[in-house]
Design a protein around this ligand. Structure first.
Ligand code: NAD
Length: 484
């Protein structure tokens, strides 16, 4: 895209925002309904694009992307009027007589970068938030999922207001070109290295950012003593949180598993059982296992297990087929902790199991690493649950399951530290793209003299009362008025 063209696009977006049309509830709802129609009418094409880019099964695609978007649209359409309404707030006596409210207003023209692993979910969910909050927006889908990116570029203009919502396709050069412009918000999903680039570009214009990044999400599996059935269910959910989401290419996927030494071999057997149930004897023939997105990521993953010490720790799987971008679900037992597989986010179908003497040691282990996007703990011990929640820091903690927190739009979704900052999903998405403007309305009657010079100790006493006792002090203030 020529610079001139991009400038025109920016001007058109700004003009749309300045025209005030994006602020009306009607415009916002029309766009959200347009997205709803797009998902309904083009569902089959969406599955085809996801299959082409990632070999994602359409049921998995519905569970992780389309279904979540449909649910999100339902929530936004039913809640929008309430979210758009200004909210009255309590006003302290120091400002009496006054009313106060928070008025949500759109930020302006926003830029959304999405990542390739959930090319619809991670592009459209933030876009829903941006539209609902009344912004004009540009979506830059990831070039690494080209079929999905081109689907979005072709179809969004058919269903949404093309003067206020644009899809701009391209790789790094286009991303850099976009970043040269002044935006009112940048919402980025991707890795932390690029997150830093986004943030420094945004800093030039004082543009606020939300960074949805990744990292290594740990799972802790406590021993369920005699409750074998519970362990089996726990392991099932861990297997699902590792491999059943785009073959491990998921920001919230389980990166590694912490178990007590003495239970490791039993856990490995349970994992193997579930893998067999899910993907059969030959997982390469299974249609339920996504493929690695491209050769670059295939080789990146291949390199992670090339180190002889890491290769020696493989206890299951390890086979690969570059032509078909297939990597078998692979389990590693105690790979070296300084190997890349334990220092970098895996983002693929390898599960390192790290053994500990006592499960309580998992807290120290996790705290020695950068803060994760999600943390999973499987235990029936309520004290241990509380300890994990209180003594670790991560974007979220899920007890006795994996991934499901991502689908709960009443919870904020986002990271902390290396896993990013800013929150979205449900009302948090609306807030992420809104400015809560403080509005105070004061009466011109009843002037309180204690707030103005000439100063004296008497006024100081009333100020102390007002700041410390709020409305209880009102009475005193009113008496004070008479004496000043
Ligand atoms: P990616 O390579 O598709 O990059 C994401 C976006 O950044 C794309 O739009 C891309 O064009 C853009 N980009 C890439 N290089 C750039 C540059 N130099 N300058 C400007 N823009 C650039 O995706 P990825 O980074 O490979 O995605 C995987 C990472 O994203 C993992 O770390 C994963 O954990 C994280 N992730 C986080 C979430 C979340 O919701 N928190 C979701 C999915 C993925």
């Amino acid at each position: 895209m020529e610079m001139l063209h991009l400038e025109e696009v920016m001007e058109e977006l700004r003009e749309s925002f300045r025209s005030w049309k994006t602020r009306s509830a009607e415009w916002r709802k029309t766009q959200l309904r347009g997205l709803e129609r797009l998902l309904q009418e083009k569902e089959r094409e969406i599955y085809n694009a996801l299959d082409e880019d990632l070999g994602k099964h359409h049921t998995e695609a519905y569970r992780d992307e389309i279904g979540i978007l449909v649910k999100s649209l339902n929530l936004f359409l039913s809640s929008l009027d309430d979210w758009m309404a200004s909210k009255k707030v309590h006003v302290p006596v120091i400002a009496f007589p006054t009313t106060g409210e928070v008025v949500p207003e759109p930020l302006g023209v926003v830029l959304i970068f999405s990542s390739w692993n959930f090319p619809f979910g991670l592009a459209l969910d933030p876009l829903i938030g941006a539209i609902a909050a009344g912004n004009a927006a540009v979506l830059k889908p990831s070039e690494i999922a080209p079929a999905c990116s081109s689907f979005l570029a072709k179809n969004i203009p058919l269903y949404l207001d093309n003067k206020a919502i644009k899809v701009i396709e391209g790789g790094v050069p286009i991303a850099e070109r976009l970043l040269e412009n002044k935006w009112d918000k940048i919402f980025f999903t991707g890795n932390a290295r690029v997150g830093r680039i986004i943030m420094s570009a945004a800093a030039k214009h004082l543009t606020p950012v939300t960074l949805e990044l990744g990292g290594k999400c740990p799972a802790i599996l406590d021993h369920f003593s005699s409750l074998r059935d519970r362990t089996v269910v726990a392991v099932k959910r861990i297997v699902s949180g590792k491999w059943c989401l785009c073959s491990g290419q998921a920001c919230v996927g389980v990166d590694y598993l912490l178990v007590e030494e003495k239970h490791a071999s039993e856990v490995i057997e349970f994992i193997k059982d579930w893998l067999k149930k899910y993907y059969g004897d030959d997982p390469q023939k299974s249609h339920s296992l996504s493929r690695i997105v491209n050769k670059h990521h295939f080789r990146r993953l291949q390199k992670l297990i090339e180190d002889p010490l890491v290769a020696a720790s493989i206890v299951h799987g390890g086979s690969m087929d570059e032509k078909n971008l297939f990597i078998e679900p692979t389990i590693l037992l105690d790979p070296p902790l300084d190997a890349e597989i334990m220092t970098e986010e895996i983002f693929g179908p390898f599960l390192p199991i790290i053994t500990l003497k006592k499960i309580e040691d998992s807290i120290e282990f996790i705290n020695s690493k950068p803060r994760a996007l999600s943390l999973y703990v499987f235990t029936k011990d309520k004290t241990f649950q509380k300890q994990v929640i209180a003594k670790t820091s991560s974007g979220s903690v899920t007890v006795n399951d994996t991934i499901i927190q991502f689908a709960c739009d009443t919870l904020p979704f986002g990271g902390i530290g290396e896993s990013g900052f800013g929150k979205y999903h449900g009302k948090f998405s609306f807030d992420a793209f809104s400015h809560g403007k403080a509005v105070l309305r004061r009466s011109l009657l009843n002037e309180m003299s204690f707030g103005y010079p000439p100063w004296n100790d008497y006024k100081l006493r009333f100020l102390r009362a007002a700041y410390n006792f709020d409305y209880i002090a009102l009475f005193l203030l009113l008496i004070g008025l008479k004496r000043n």
